[in-house]
Design a protein around this ligand. Structure first.
Ligand SMILES: Cc1cc2nc3c(=O)[nH]c(=O)nc-3n(C[C@H](O)[C@H](O)[C@H](O)COP(=O)(O)O)c2cc1C
Length: 325
C-alpha cells in the first residue's frame, strides 16, 4: 500500500506506533519498524539527552529501517531539557519526530534544518491547521477515543477525520481507536493517509512492559476507560482501576477547587510501577477505548501483517463486491 505517509517516511505500511511513556523503548520501536511500520521511541521516558542518545543507538542496532522519536510538550512538573533532546535526535541521525502537546514552533527550525520530518499530534482541526501553518510536514489527528490526552473538545474520529480532510492540505494519519484492518480502511476512506496506534501496540510480544499490563488490556472492554483531570484542563483517558476511582471520587468531592496536588499520588511517577513492576492499581495510566477490540498479544510482525491483509481483503472483496453488486 502506497500513501503520502509511506512515501514521506520511507516505510512499507501506513502504520505508526505513537510515542508512549515507559512503553516506547527501542525494543518496541525497532519491532514496529522491522515489520514495515514506523516505530517511535518516547523521548521523555529517557531521563536525560544522553540516555536518549543511547536509546537511539540501541534502536539503530536492532533495525536498519526508519524510526522516529516522540517529543511531548505537555505541562510537566519540571521543564525537560528540550534543546538537549533535540541535539540527541539530530546527532543520532533520526529523521522523523512526532511532536505532541503544546505548539512545537520554537523547536522546528533546528529540527528541520537538520532534515527532520515533523508529524505533530493534535486533537482538533484548529490545532492541526496551526501545525500546518508553522510548517509541520504531517499531522496525527487524535480523536476523543484515544488513550492518553484527547484534549477538551470531545470530538470522535468519525467526525474529526473528515473535518481534517476538509481543511488540511498536508497529509494526516488517524489516531485513537485504531486496531485492525477495518480501522485502516475506514481511516483511508475518511481522508487519512495511514493510522497511528498506541494501546494496540502495548499488547504485543515485543512491548517491553509487564505481562499484567498486556493482560489488563486484553481483559478490558470498550466500557472500561475513564476520563480524569478534566477540571484541570489536562484530560487523560485511562484504564479504570482502584487509583482512578480514588481520583474520580476526589474530583467529584472537590469540584472546581481540585488542584493537581490533590491527586499527585495517583498520577505522578506511577508509570515505572505499572509498566515495569506490573502493579496495576499503582496509579492512572493511559489506555484507549480500543481495548475493547484487543483480544490477543501477537508479535508486531503478526499484527501488522494481519492488519494489511485484512485491509486488502476488505477493499478487494467486501468493498469492490458491494460496488459490483
Ligand atoms: C500508555 C500510553 C502512554 C502514552 N504516552 C504518550 C506520550 O508520552 N506522548 C504522546 O505524545 N502520546 C502518548 N500516548 C498517546 C499515543 O501516542 C497515541 O496517540 C494514542 O494511544 C492513540 O490512541 P489509541 O490508544 O486509541 O491507539 C500514550 C498512550 C498510551 C496508551
Amino acid at each position: 500500500m502506497k500513501t503520502k505517509i509511506t512515501e514521506m517516511f520511507g516505510i512499507e505500511h501506513p502504520i505508526i506506533q505513537g510515542g508512549m511513556h515507559y512503553v516506547g523503548y527501542a525494543e518496541l520501536a525497532s519491532a514496529v519498524s522491522n515489520a514495515g511500520g514506523l516505530g517511535i521511541i518516547t523521548g521523555l521516558t529517557q531521563k536525560t539527552p544522553t540516555d536518549l542518545a543511547e536509546e537511539i543507538a540501541r534502536c539503530r542496532e536492532m533495525t536498519s529501517k526508519p524510526f522516529g522519536v516522540n517529543l511531548t510538550f505537555l505541562p510537566t512538573l519540571s521543564t525537560p531539557d528540550y534543546p538537549g533532546y533535540i541535539d540527541a535526535i539530530i546527532e543520532g541521525g533520526v529523521r522523523i519526530v512526532e511532536t505532541a502537546g503544546r505548539n512545537p514552533q520554537a523547536y522546528l527550525p533546528k529540527l528541520q534544518a537538520a532534515g527532520v520530518r515533523i508529524i505533530h499530534k493534535c486533537t482538533s482541526v484548529r490545532h492541526a491547521l496551526k501545525a500546518q501553518k508553522i510548517g509541520c510536514d504531517a499531522v496525527s489527528v487524535d480523536g476523543f477515543e484515544c488513550g492518553g490526552h484527547p484534549g477538551e473538545d470531545d470530538i470522535p474520529n468519525m467526525i474529526l477525520l473528515p473535518r481534517a480532510a476538509e481543511e488540511l492540505t498536508i497529509p494526516f494519519v488517524s489516531s485513537g481507536g485504531m486496531a485492525d484492518g477495518r480501522s485502516l480502511v475506514a481511516s483511508l476512506a475518511l481522508g487519512a493517509e495511514g493510522m497511528n496506534m498506541g494501546t494496540r501496540f502495548i499488547a504485543t510480544r515485543e512491548a517491553p512492559v509487564h505481562e499484567n499490563v498486556k493482560r489488563a488490556i486484553v481483559a478490558a472492554s470498550e466500557l472500561d476507560t475513564r476520563l480524569v483531570m478534566r477540571g484541570l484542563r489536562n484530560t487523560e483517558r485511562v484504564l479504570n482501576n482502584a487509583a482512578v476511582e480514588k481520583i474520580l471520587e476526589k474530583e467529584a468531592r472537590l469540584g472546581k477547587d481540585l488542584q493537581i496536588s490533590d491527586i499527585i499520588e495517583e498520577v505522578a511517577g506511577v508509570y515505572p510501577r505499572i509498566m515495569q513492576q506490573g502493579e496495576m492499581d499503582a496509579g492512572a495510566w493511559s489506555c484507549g477505548m480500543v481495548a475493547g477490540l484487543i483480544h490477543d498479544i501477537p508479535t508486531c510482525q503478526e499484527l501488522i501483517e494481519r492488519i494489511m491483509s485484512e485491509a486488502e481483503s476488505l477493499i478487494r472483496e467486501r468493498l469492490l463486491g458491494i460496488l459490483q453488486g
